[in-house]
Design a protein around this ligand. Structure first.
Ligand SMILES: [Fe+2]
Ligand SMILES: [Fe+2]
Length: 189
């Protein structure tokens, strides 16, 4: 459970870390995730924390993401070497845990896997993955369908978001999901 005072502390901290546009995106993801959590029987406070902090390291330069991975002894895939931004969810979980900001392993896993999803994601992770793309500031074709989750199971929604994104990348000739998605999105600074 996150208290009102803690909420304020987290929001103020994050505002000092991220650019205004990404900070706003993070707030929208947190709010969207809370709505989804209530719908799907997941802890709203965990959803809020994971949504708020999911892009904590999204604005790090690629060299810093690589340096953190090397420092932590993490092996990089060839895709990650080519596109270090893929590491930003993993990096956020590391940094947030080290700083004692988030200790809940489920929240940390949701932050870690929000970038590309994973085949065995827990419900909270599925919610954060979906909320990242369904939040109302996104420019995609499904932006107007944010209430769609009311008619789907969480597994169904996760699949639907994943497939919609893949179709979008294919249509737009994307090679690396993250880079192309974000360069096409309203988050581009
Ligand atoms: Fe992200
Ligand atoms: Fe995001």
């Amino acid at each position: 459970m996150v208290t009102g005072v803690e909420i304020k502390g987290h929001v103020v901290h994050l505002e000092g870390v991220l650019s205004p546009r990404r900070f706003s995106h993070s707030l929208r993801v947190a709010r969207t995730a809370v709505r989804m959590a209530r719908r799907y029987g997941v802890s709203p406070s965990r959803a809020w924390m994971a949504g708020l902090y999911h892009d904590y390291c999204r604005e790090w330069p690629p060299e810093e993401l690589i340096a953190l991975a090397r420092h932590q002894g993490r092996d990089l895939s060839s895709r990650e070497e080519k596109n270090p931004l893929l590491l930003h969810g993993w990096a956020a979980a590391q940094v947030l845990e080290d700083a004692g900001r988030i200790c809940d392993p489920e929240v940390l896993r949701a932050v870690t896997y929000h970038v590309e999803g994973a085949s065995s994601l827990e419900p909270l992770g599925q919610i954060i993955f979906a909320a990242d793309y369904l939040e109302p500031g996104r420019p995609f074709h499904f932006r107007d369908e944010t209430n769609l989750y009311l008619s789907k199971t969480l597994d169904g929604l996760y699949e639907w978001v994943d497939q919609s994104l893949r179709a979008y990348y294919k249509e737009n000739g994307a090679i690396e999901k993250l880079t192309d998605f974000e360069s096409a999105s309203s988050l581009q600074e």
